[in-house]
Design a protein around this ligand. Structure first.
Ligand code: NDP
Length: 274
């Protein structure tokens, strides 16, 4: 498994992890346990997924020692003015005494509290409660504001990113500022994208599935990627992407699938509090 260096004192994140959005709490324990057995060491959850306890049970019963796992959770939108308390509540649901990565889930521009939230995250980082801090769904404008008004540059921005919505400008901004790009809905949520004939053709060429071709595209772009599945065969399939290489023309063929289609909301206008 490749790891990528975060901009925080030698902390590394596995390039491919396991996402658990829309996995109910009882199922999360089973799915995460299976994923850890299959070789995943990075798990991406959030307060809003209501499965931190299930994830925590899987971590507790794993054969892999805690320090070999990389656990991410996120600050929900209505907790921006009480980030430290929200963090401790998440940590307690996860059954952990330190977190690897804490993200602001959405900027929620209408509420305008993300700078305040970030300052609390900085305190959590300085106090050693979390090994790295970052954001999710931040636009260039939101990132610039944080960089102008606070001390620590986010280590990562977790954003919607898949072949139909590859976000080249935001990726370039991240790269220029030492911020890692983490792709959510990396498989385009499975439906639609994975049925594209171009991916089937590339899959045949490399002896891989369309999902594996897409995940390899992410890896070669330098993205951190967190596919979700509750299906054991797919959980295994999705991590088996480190034994082949896409040629430049394969990368270009996947790049040509960009049609600017978002699956999720636009962070510039998403102000939902849950
Ligand atoms: P993904 O792009 O990971 O797609 C998941 C879907 O694809 C599921 O329906 C899954 O089905 C299916 N699937 C998985 N593997 C395969 C495969 N090999 N072949 C065919 N179908 C497959 O979507 P998500 O939206 O779940 O994104 C991944 C993670 O990103 C989330 O779980 C979450 O952790 C994070 N995320 C973060 C957001 C944010 O705002 N920060 C927003 C959205 C997601 P099945 O499970 O039935 O196997």
């Amino acid at each position: 498994m490749n790891s990528l260096l975060l901009n925080t004192d030698g902390v590394q994140i596995p390039q491919l992890g396991f996402g658990v959005w829309q996995v109910p709490d009882d199922e999360a324990e089973r799915a995460v346990s299976f994923a850890i057995e299959a070789g995943y060491t990075s798990i991406d959850t959030a307060r809003l997924y209501f499965n931190e306890e299930g994830v925590g049970r899987a971590i507790a019963r794993a054969d892999v020692p805690r320090e070999k796992l990389f656990i991410t959770t996120k600050l929900w939108n209505d907790d921006h003015d009480r980030a430290e308390a929200a963090f401790e509540a998440s940590l307690s649901r996860l059954g952990l005494d330190q977190l690897d990565l804490y993200l602001i889930h959405w900027p929620v521009p209408a509420q305008d509290k993300y700078v305040q939230a970030w300052k609390s995250m900085e305190r959590l980082y300085k106090d050693g409660r979390v090994r790295a801090i970052g954001v999710s769904n931040f636009t260039i404008a939101h990132l610039e504001r944080l960089m102008n008004e606070t001390e620590i540059v986010p280590s990562i921005n977790q954003i919607e990113l898949h072949p139909r919505f590859p976000q080249p400008e935001l990726r370039a901004f991240h790269e220029a500022n030492g911020i890692l790009t983490e792709a959510w809905s990396p498989l385009g949520q499975g439906r639609g994208l994975l049925d594209d004939p171009a991916l089937a053709t590339l899959g045949r060429k490399h002896g891989k599935s369309p999902a594996q071709v897409v995940l390899r595209w992410h890896v070669q772009l330098g993205n951190v990627v967190i596919p979700k599945s509750v299906t054991p065969s797919r959980i295994r399939e999705n991590i088996d992407v480190f034994d082949f290489t896409l040629d430049p023309e394969d990368m270009a063929a996947i790049g040509a699938l960009n049609n600017g289609t978002r699956l999720g909301p636009d962070p510039a206008t998403f102000n939902w509090m849950g």
